[in-house]
Design a protein around this ligand. Structure first.
Ligand code: ADP
Length: 171
């Protein structure tokens, strides 16, 4: 059984990510999407649970996908899951250097673990979670950037975050 892990922050999941999940699901028997939480650098806007739930909703139509989360090293997670492949999406040149270094490091730790790159769909090449976060926070239009079924979730979560911030500033 060919299992692949799709790791990422997915803060939040976008249509660019979803396109990669759908294409990976055609190449592997099982695709394990995992929200990675890195306490040494994590400054996520959405909680791990929120991110997992949004991905679950957005991928409900893909039968061979499993969604989970992990805090730790990617190599350890792949071993735990019995997966020999890591899927990463590639956008512009800017992604390449980081991904190249990361893939080589992973290979050095475990030579049986293969990183597979899927080129972005041209339609989403400009799309990033950080731009979605910024747009959504300032009430910009996120339709067409994130899966339609999670648009409201994003708006509701951000409304709560903003309300909390205002209360904190007042108090
Ligand atoms: P990271 O894993 O670096 O925290 P993300 O969670 O945003 O970043 O992305 C997870 C994976 O999805 C990465 O391989 C990233 O390159 C890829 N990705 C992000 N946005 C897009 C997009 N618009 N098109 C294709 N791949 C993307």
């Amino acid at each position: 059984m060919r299992k692949a892990v799709c790791p990422g922050s997915f803060d939040p999941v976008t249509l660019g990510h979803l396109d990669i999940f759908e294409r990976a699901s055609l190449m592997f028997d099982e695709v394990i999407i995992s929200v990675f939480v890195n306490p040494t650098k994590d400054k996520a806007m959405f909680t791990m649970k929120e991110r997992v739930n949004m991905i679950k909703k957005a991928t409900a139509h893909i039968p061979n996908v499993k969604v989970t989360s992990f805090s730790g090293l990617l190599n350890d997670f792949c071993k735990q899951q019995g997966a020999n492949f890591i899927i990463r999406g590639l956008r512009a040149f800017s992604d390449f250097e980081y991904e190249f270094q990361r893939a080589l490091l992973i290979k050095k730790i475990n030579k049986d673990l293969e990183t597979v790159f899927i080129m972005t769909n041209a339609q989403y090449s400009y799309l990033s979670s950080s731009s979605v976060r910024e747009l959504a926070y300032f009430d910009g239009q996120i339709a067409g950037l994130v899966p339609a079924c999670i648009e409201e979730d994003i708006k509701n979560i951000l409304a709560k975050i903003k309300a909390k911030k205002i209360t904190k500033e007042k108090g």
